[in-house]
Write a protein that binds this ligand. Structure first.
Ligand SMILES: C[S@@+](CC[C@H](N)C(=O)[O-])C[C@H]1O[C@@H](n2cnc3c(N)ncnc32)[C@H](O)[C@@H]1O
Length: 245
């Protein structure tokens, strides 16, 4: 089947996350109440609304929310996407407690002031039995990436820094290993069910390789995503956890 070059590239970059999310959506078999914390411009929120789910995006950025609103309108799902400006660690004033079936928190915990506060806030917003999808930057991939590009001092700093940060000028405030991310979720009473690596290979191989056989790339990403040590060197780590029923 003919495909555009960009679509499979995007798919390979997010396939491991969607595989887990789709299992949860199929399992419930009904329209879910979804909350996307730091959902930005709606890369996940809009496809979820297109699939029939009711999605609220809470984000600190008015610009991101404006782009989200436009994107939802373009996709004809504006009635199922609610944009709320707010802070991820103060969901209580915005979202009824124990109300969300599924919460997404993707690429957020590495940039906020208080990641434990955001996770606690998420645990409160989840209904008992509800699930959370957390995507965080991986420390190991960053160490390897700096080292292969010749930045050995930065690689060393990333390896030993308590937060996995390469100094004050690092754009991210922290990075995680599977264990540290899982511990953060467990501190708020969440039960971690799955951990995957996301973008194990797509960030390493030349774009031409990805484009030469996008389906093979996607299949290999999925195969490696659950399998240590490949999982553990992925650019991002995906954890799927549940609030006990
Ligand atoms: C890297 S983007 C990720 C966007 C989206 N989740 C994704 O995966 O494409 C981080 C988002 O988190 C938002 N953000 C940062 N700090 C936040 C906070 N304290 N509360 C809510 N959103 C926040 C930013 O405005 C931005 O939209």
């Amino acid at each position: 089947m003919a495909t555009t070059p960009t679509r499979p590239l995007v798919s390979a970059r997010t396939a491991a996350v969607w595989a887990v999310l789709n299992r949860e959506l199929d399992r419930s078999g009904r329209a879910l109440t979804v909350l996307d914390v730091g959902g930005g411009t709606g890369g996940f929120a809009v496809p979820l609304a297109e699939a029939g789910h009711e999605v609220t995006v809470v984000d600190a950025s008015p610009d991101a929310l404006a782009a989200l609103t436009r994107r939802a309108a373009d996709a004809h799902v504006a009635e199922r996407v609610r944009a709320v400006q707010g802070d991820g660690d103060a969901l209580a004033g915005l979202i009824p407690p124990s109300s969300a079936d599924l919460i997404l928190c993707h690429s957020v915990l590495e940039v906020v002031d208080d990641p434990a506060g955001v996770v606690a806030s998420i645990a409160t917003a989840l209904r008992p039995g509800g699930a959370v999808s957390v995507l965080v930057a991986g420390r190991a991939a960053a160490v390897l990436g700096r080292a292969v590009n010749g930045h050995l001092a930065t690689a060393s700093a990333l390896l030993t820094d308590a937060d996995g940060r390469a100094g004050q000028r690092d754009t991210l405030r922290r990075r995680y290993d599977v264990e540290t991310a899982a511990a953060l979720l467990r501190e708020s009473g969440l039960e971690v069910e799955e951990a995957h690596g996301v973008r194990v290979l797509v960030d390493l191989v030349p774009a031409a390789v990805v484009e030469s056989d996008p389906q093979a790339m996607l299949d290999l990403e999925l195969a490696l995503s659950a399998r240590p040590p490949f999982r553990d060197i992925a650019s991002q780590l995906h954890l799927f956890a549940r609030r006990p029923a």
